[in-house]
Design a protein around this ligand. Structure first.
Ligand code: UDP
Length: 352
């Protein structure tokens, strides 16, 4: 169990957030800034936008894989902790362009870690993914279940965890790898997800185009036949980052659960989900509640590579960080809808 130390932080800390201008990164950056911390964002603006970075936070436009950019960012700002969110995250694209994914997600991370070691950065949070589990076991997944990624995206995230564990062992870097499950929602419309790569925005997109949302298979071995996932609100996810950072600081490396302590004294791997599964149909029902009318769907073929069910065990993150979620599926879908409307005002007529 993480405990808060009696000693106070002797020097002000500065946190570098890579990818801080993107959907998840901007939420984490906003939460850090709101907690009074000094934050610097490093983002190449390939998918993020400068207007997502809050006032008072320095934005460095540059590549995480560029050693000179990383070195300058860390040294010039006296960075004490890094939250590494910048990455490519589309599964299909990773299958089509594996080497590019390895360069973006693995090689660049090695460069960032080299810079961190050189600059004496003490703590590192890494955005990992439930994609490291691959097909899972068909139900609730624990962090110690065997990781068996089934695409280059998931593989690149698992390798990222290995890089961290090895660097931590060699240098004493303290780290947490946060395995995100299905992230949705927004704290404000301006911070909504601009991408159309996940279920909730894909449903909104289909409806906006006057089409029926598609369900990829309704014959799965699940209660209603559609796939089950663990959807977590991005604001709860951002809060998990703050708690993880505090836990690494407060405990001086003693953040691992007892069972793992012998293996990984400097690091922590945590699922970030709710522990509750929702089916695709249940998500679409939530969209119907937000719009004020039922949503007509089209059931199509199963999508290759989809597991039937992937739900996080949240025992470890609850124990170690004292974290739990406070927002439900309707909060996610309604806030995602406000974000969608901010980018697609023409969709307003879809809601009654
Ligand atoms: N899904 C769907 N229709 C869509 C988009 C997604 O039925 O238009 C399903 C997909 O098969 C999966 C779930 O929604 O079961 C979540 O998919 P997403 O791509 O958002 O996340 P994943 O769990 O694949 O990372």
């Amino acid at each position: 169990m993480a405990s808060s130390g009696a000693q106070s932080d002797p020097s002000p800390e500065t946190i570098l957030v890579t990818g801080g201008a993107g959907y998840i990164g901007a939420h984490v950056t906003a939460a850090l800034a709101a907690s009074g911390r000094s934050v610097v964002v490093l983002d190449d603006l390939s998918t993020g936008t400068a207007d997502r970075v809050p006032d008072g936070v320095t934005l460095i436009e540059g590549d995480v894989g560029d050693a000179a950019v990383v070195g300058a960012a860390l040294h010039d700002h006296g960075v004490t902790a890094v939250i590494h969110i910048a990455a490519k995250k589309q599964v299909g694209e990773s299958v089509a362009r594996p080497l590019w994914y390895y360069r973006q997600n693995v090689t660049a991370m090695a460069t960032l870690l080299e810079g961190c070691v050189d600059a004496g950065v003490g703590r590192f949070l890494f955005s990992s993914s439930a994609a490291t589990y691959g097909m899972g076991s068909g139900g609730v997944i624990e962090e110690d279940d065997p990781p068996r990624p089934i695409n280059p995206y998931g593989e690149s995230k698992l390798i990222g965890e290995w890089l961290l564990a090895d660097v931590a062992r060699a240098t004493g870097l303290r780290y947490a790898a946060l395995r995100y499950f299905n992230v949705a929602g927004a704290v404000s419309p301006e911070l909504g997800d601009p991408g159309v790569f996940n279920l909730v925005p894909m449903v909104f997109d289909a409806l906006t185009r006057g089409e029926r949302p598609r369900i990829f298979g309704a014959d799965w071995p699940t209660p209603d036949g559609t796939c089950v996932r663990d959807y977590v609100h991005v604001a709860d996810l951002a809060d998990a980052h703050i708690r993880a950072l505090d836990a690494l600081q407060a405990t001086g490396g003693e953040v691992t659960p007892e069972a793992d302590a012998a293996e990984t004294v400097d690091g922590l791997v945590l699922n970030v989900g709710t522990g509750q599964g929702s089916s695709v149909q249940e998500v679409i029902d939530a969209v119907g509640r937000v719009l004020g009318h039922p949503v007509d769907v089209e059931v199509v073929e199963r999508r290759p590579g989809d597991p039937a069910a992937l739900v996080a065990s949240v025992d470890r993150i609850t124990d170690v960080l004292g974290w739990s979620t406070s927002r439900n599926l309707d909060d996610m879908v309604s806030s995602a809808w406000e974000g969608w409307l901010a980018l697609h005002p023409e969709a307003a007529s879809l809601a009654e």
